[in-house]
Write a protein that binds this ligand. Structure first.
Ligand code: GLN
Length: 497
């Protein structure tokens, strides 16, 4: 078995383990984005909820998904270790997709489909919670504390995420729209199995990375078992809480403050410099909530918008507008992440590379630009309220640069700013911010949707696009605040750039 030092002293640009983790994560994201891309449309078209409720329901499910990454990160740090967490999470995700694939029957009663839908998504929620944060933390563990190749590693990993998102985001909804929902959910299960099998092979080369922090004692085995059983017992509870979005509200009011209190409690064990870094990490986390709240319209209101308000051609070629909504951004990430990486390197050679705070600020400015373009789609609409898929896709192009300035850098900075024993938890915190973002996204989406169930397509178009303009304005404001406070936060970050 290689030692940690051997793994971290790799030659070349990337450690070989990064490629293995890349593929596991790629297939997991295929499953995840495949499911995400189907949610809102499935809720409206099959579960027959109105658009406002669908937005809230979407936000609630996604909020739970990401909130459980915090819990998954915590249990990985303390009990399971990253590997076992990931494995357990993967199994639950497979179970979730299978339940959806086999349980949903569009000829059955609405109640029955509600039941299977919420059961399947609850499995997926817990599963993603155990999988997602821990694979990202393992990427961080491949690098020495001061290895300057870390950001490049996260960029590559982020590309893997997006290859999965691109394929899954397009394939699942396209299959659901043209063949059947069952087949689309089934595909997610198959792909998740590929992810897990890939990980089984990856484990061999990980040395000590991701092993459980506990030794093999009997008491520890019981603790492990308790985590597995506990997570299964939670499933019916989650089912109830997700299905009633009021309960999601209570959950979200509690989990964030509780997580914060827990971190503050842990802080007493660390030096002043470490505490300052953790505070800086919290600033990044706070802003990312706002970012995702706006960005994640993509799975909610933008999915509904794409379903009805868009033409289906780009430069004469026919596409599924929902497929484009789910995957255009991922495609742009794959193409432009390396180019942006080169631009950062070019700038850093000339001492011009913006620091992480400024990059976050720029992230918001690009996000604003993208939402401004979404707003502009209004002016390209025909008399029926159906508008250009091309302009819509252009908006994703702009947003992608915002995402690239914030999201991969956020992962990397979490691993840099957190001391070793808090790595999993802080990564979980980063994703908890996404949970709040998703939650807020649902509420914003519901607020923007036209409350009249009989609203015409034109009325829906106006209602959503006016909302997008507002979001663009909020996003610019956040970007400017971040740039303004950057000198202060840099001080807290100490030697971390
Ligand atoms: N697109 C990224 C991923 O899937 C980031 C998602 C998020 O943090 N909200 O990992």
């Amino acid at each position: 078995m290689s030692t940690l030092a051997e793994i971290q002293n790799f030659k070349g640009k990337y450690p070989k383990q990064l490629w293995y983790l890349f593929f596991s994560e790629m297939w997991e994201r295929f499953c995840f984005y495949g499911m995400r891309g189907m949610l809102a449309v499935f809720i409206v078209s099959q579960l027959k909820m109105d658009e406002g409720t669908a937005n809230l329901q979407y936000g609630a499910i996604q909020a739970f998904v990401y909130a459980f990454t915090f819990i998954g990160g915590l249990f990985a740090d303390k009990i399971l270790g990253f590997r076992k967490s990931l494995f357990w999470g993967g199994l639950l995700m497979i179970a979730g997709s299978l339940i959806l694939s086999l349980g949903i029957d569009i000829h059955q009663s609405l109640e029955s489909n509600h039941f299977w839908f919420f059961l399947g998504t609850s499995f997926t929620i817990i599963g993603t919670g155990f999988f997602k944060p821990n694979i990202s933390t393992m990427v961080g563990s491949l690098y020495h504390e001061n290895d300057s190749r870390r950001d490049a590693g996260f960029s590559l990993f982020y590309a893997g995420i997006n290859v999965g998102a691109l394929l899954g985001g397009y394939a699942c909804i396209a299959i659901a729209n043209s063949y059947s929902w069952n087949l689309a959910f089934g595909l997610a299960a198959v792909v998740m199995t590929i992810s897990l099998v890939t990980f089984i092979f990856t484990q061999r080369s990980l040395g000590p990375i991701g092993l459980s922090p506990l030794n093999e004692g009997k008491g520890n085995k019981i603790a492990e078992l308790a985590v597995y059983i506990g997570s299964l017992v939670l499933i019916p509870v989650i089912m109830i809480m997700v299905a009633k979005t009021e309960y999601t509200d209570y959950f979200m009011y509690t989990i964030g403050p509780a997580a914060l209190v827990y971190i503050l409690f842990e802080l007493r064990k660390y030096s002043k410099a470490e505490v300052n870094k953790l505070i800086a990490a919290l600033v990044f986390i706070f802003f990312s909530i706002v970012f995702w709240g706006i960005y994640e319209q993509s799975g909610g209101s933008l999915a509904l918008f794409a379903h009805e308000n868009l033409h289906n051609t780009i430069m004469g070629i026919q596409f599924d507008p929902n497929g484009i909504n789910n995957s255009a951004n991922a495609l742009f990430v794959i193409i432009f992440a390396p180019i942006l990486g080169l631009i950062w390197v070019w700038m850093s050679k000339r001492n011009l590379e913006p620091n992480t705070l400024i990059k976050f600020g720029l992230g918001f400015i690009f996000l604003a630009g993208g939402f401004f373009v979404f707003y502009q789609t209004k002016f390209f609409a025909d008399a029926n309220g159906v508008t250009s898929l091309e302009v819509f896709t252009l908006a994703y192009f702009v947003i992608t640069f915002g995402e690239l300035c914030l999201s991969p850098i956020g992962l990397s900075i979490m691993t840099k700013l957190s001391p070793q024993p808090l790595q999993g938890m802080m990564m979980g915190m980063w994703f908890l911010a996404s949970a709040y973002g998703q939650y807020v996204a649902g509420i914003i989406g519901a607020g923007m949707s036209d409350p009249n169930p009989k609203a015409s397509l034109m009325e829906k178009l106006i209602s959503y696009t006016n909302g997008y303009e507002q979001l663009a304005i909020y996003s610019v404001i956040c970007g400017l605040i971040l740039i303004a406070i950057s000198p202060m936060v840099r001080k807290l970050m100490g030697d971390v750039k």
